[in-house]
Design a protein around this ligand. Structure first.
Ligand code: 13P
Length: 259
């Protein structure tokens, strides 16, 4: 048994209006909870232009009797600053009140051809600015069918380990998101997910057992209120990275209470 505090993260992707973002943040932040009831850490990842408005809503709602919600960004530049049109730096995200940032989400790896090395650089930039990177790894259906799941996720992890060492994971978080489970309704079974989570934790343990034991590894891919509890019951699954179901406050809260 470990005392790793669970995390439930909501990736809003490129959904919704500014008004909808405010409303969703407001609904989450107004949720009453009994202090000390062992709730997970809750983080939301709105689109860039909505970050500041969501931050204000979360700050205004902050009180001892309601859910504490942290703010994260969906991506970060690999560059520190300069002539990089369209990019957003880690320092800017920190200024906006972000505590976390996703790096290497499969939608970025695929649509923007982000390499393992680029993702590792983003991870390092984020960490250097005091942000907590959430490194996403995962295989495609084709790779799973070819029994290459382990090879793929370990390769994605290795690029970050090479640049930052196991020490990079002292604060950082890992997320296993099988590409075939994202937005498809085909959730990995708890056993399938556990197998990959254990592999990832074991890999880090080869370098640093203590960091590995404290590392939170989230599962993402069609998590909802109905399947969350069985996934989170696995010994190496420390919470969820939720897409679609995080856009509905009630459903997201069901996942949070499932922890
Ligand atoms: P879904 O929960 O919609 O499958 O998305 C998962 C995801 O990509 C979260 O980052």
């Amino acid at each position: 048994m470990t005392d790793r505090r669970r995390i439930v993260a909501g990736n809003w992707k490129m959904h919704g209006s500014l008004g909808a973002a405010r409303e969703l943040a407001g609904a989450l932040a107004a949720t009453a909870h009994e202090p000390g009831r062992g709730l997970p850490e809750v983080i939301v990842f709105p689109p860039f232009p909505h970050l500041d408005a969501v931050r204000r809503v979360l700050e205004d709602a902050e009180s001892a009797g309601t859910l504490a919600v942290q703010l994260g960004a969906q991506d970060v530049s690999s560059q520190g600053e300069g002539a990089h049109t369209g990019d957003v730096s880690a320092g800017m995200l920190a200024d906006c009140g972000c505590s976390h940032v996703l790096v290497g989400h499969s939608e970025r790896r695929t649509a923007f051809r982000e390499s393992d090395e680029l993702v590792a650089t983003k991870f390092q930039r984020a960490a250097d600015q005091g942000l907590i990177p959430i490194l996403c790894v995962g295989e495609t259906l084709r790779e799973r069918e070819a029994e290459r799941t382990g090879e793929i996720v370990l390769r994605q992890l290795a690029a970050v380990m090479e640049l930052c060492g196991a020490g990079g994971f002292t604060r950082a978080v890992l997320a296993y998101e099988p590409v075939w489970a994202i937005g498809t309704g085909h959730t990995a079974t708890p056993e399938q997910a556990q197998e990959v989570h254990a592999l990832l934790r074991g890999e880090i343990a080869r370098t640093d057992a203590k960091i590995s034991a404290g590392l939170r590894i989230l599962y993402g891919g069609s998590v909802n209120g109905a399947n969350a509890a069985a996934l989170f019951a696995q010994p190496d699954i420390d919470g969820g990275l939720v897409g679609g179901a995080s856009l509905d406050a009630k459903e997201f809260l069901r996942i949070i209470t499932a922890v």
